[in-house]
Write a protein that binds this ligand. Structure first.
Ligand code: SAH
Ligand code: SF4
Length: 392
């Protein structure tokens, strides 16, 4: 076994062994950074100013070297270099699709790997980030759900994905010119990569707070969308503590089918989920909730399903994002026919909801929704295991 191979193949979250030595600044909230600076010897009356200065260097300019922080004294820089590092996860491989989509395989502490995907579009550039290695949930149509190894990412590893993508895209402001007239290449974040973000709430929250901070990366909360499979007890907190947009992996219109597709439904069923969703826009003062709906041939794609769907969500400001199923090796489903997807979209649209059909991006590099699973993570649940867990 090499030094970078996964430590164990445990199904449960592995308690994280923090690396010894200097602390990583990336991922610390402003308060945590302040405390860390004081512990390292910064006088309390200076702490706030030092946090502001370091914050700007790290998150506005993208600087990784204390020596470049020219508005700090040499002694202070030396002190920082002794106690801290500024580190983002390492990019192991980068693949670029024919359509411009970029998929990064990213190595985090302990040798685990996750995937991050950059999707350029005409008017925006969206980064799809991961919140866990693998996923403890086992949605039966999702490739990530077949990965056995799971651990939560730290806040630094989550916001670090944004930073490493900006490095690769050369998307940081340049000294002297700031952002100039350049449009931001990375303008939006979706938490739709590997993992269930609401099962790693604190780290996701801290990372998104850092990404939204106006003195740094400064992305508006309306440009961040968190997708959940339906962890009902954490939905209100998402509104009040993060305030970003919400997407929900709905995927079915009866509990019977949703139990099979999204097994967390057995814990919080459609009615419980809808109750939580009704409160979300009020709590977060935000607009529509995105209902994600994967189109699976003969499973959830009938006209009747479409009609049931619009009835269920009545009263919730919503947009329905139809996702043609992205196939992966061994997947137990097929993509609905195009004409079926269009007929479904039509019913939803006529009921007054936007119903865009999501164009699969980066399919040639297996970067599309639900295809993510680190290539080097070989532990795989068998078809029989997936079927049994999904009650197929
Ligand atoms: N765990 C979170 C976020 C990651 S998945 C969640 O489940 O919401 C992002 C979206 O892709 C979800 O709606 C998910 O259900 C969907 N998805 C998963 N596998 C897919 C596949 N093979 N084809 C199309 N969409 C898929
Ligand atoms: Fe996990 Fe989301 Fe995949 Fe379900 S769809 S297994 S919650 S990553």
């Amino acid at each position: 076994m090499t030094a970078t191979a996964p430590i164990t193949q445990d199904v449960l979250t592995i308690p994280r062994k923090l690396p010894e030595g200097p602390a990583n600044i990336v991922g610390l909230t402003r308060d945590a950074l302040r405390n860390a600076l004081i512990t390292a010897g910064t006088p309390e009356r200076q702490a706030k100013m030092r946090v502001n200065q370091i914050w700007q260097w790290v998150y506005f300019w993208g600087v990784r070297d204390f020596a470049a922080m020219t508005n700090l004294s040499k002694d202070y820089r030396a002190m920082l270099a002794k106690h801290f590092v500024i580190e983002v996860p390492e990019v192991v491989t980068r693949e670029i699709s024919a359509d411009g989509t970029r998929k990064y395989l990213v190595r985090i502490a302990g040798g685990h790997e996750v995937e991050t995907v950059y999707i350029p579009e005409e008017d925006r550039g969206t980064l799809c980030i991961s919140s866990q290695v693998g996923c403890t949930l086992t949605c039966s149509f999702c490739h990530t759900g077949t990965q056995k190894l799971v651990r939560n990412l730290t806040a630094g590893e989550i916001v670090g994905q944004v930073m490493l993508a900006r490095d690769d895209l050369d998307d940081w402001p340049k000294p002297g010119e700031g952002m100039g007239d350049r449009p931001r290449l990375l303008s939006n974040i979706v938490l739709m990569g590997m993992g269930e973000p609401l099962y790693n709430f604190e780290a996701v929250r801290d990372a998104m707070k850092i990404a939204m901070d106006g003195e740094g990366i400064s992305l508006s909360r309306r440009r961040i969308t968190l997708s959940t499979s339906g962890v009902v007890p954490e939905i209100a907190r998402t509104a009040t503590e993060i305030g970003c947009l919400l997407a929900v992996s709905f995927h079915a219109t009866t509990d019977e089918i949703r139990d099979r597709l999204v097994p967390i439904n057995r814990k919080w069923n459609i009615a419980a989920l809808l109750d939580a969703l009704r409160e979300y826009p009020k709590l977060s003062n935000s607009e529509r909730i995105t209902f994600e709906y994967v189109m699976l041939k003969g499973v959830n794609d009938s006209d009747e399903d479409a009609r049931r769907l619009v009835k269920l969500i009545r009263g919730i400001p919503a947009k329905i994002n139809l996702i043609p199923f992205n196939e992966w090796p061994g997947a137990p489903y097929e993509r609905s026919d195009w004409s079926r997807i269009e007929a479904f979209a039509d019913i939803v649209h006529k009921a007054g909801y936007a119903s865009p059909i999501r164009t699969p991006r980066g399919e040639d590099i297996m970067a599309a929704c639900g295809q993510l699973k680190s290539a080097t993570e070989r532990a795989r649940k068998s078809r029989a295991e997936i079927a049994a867990e999904a009650g197929l």
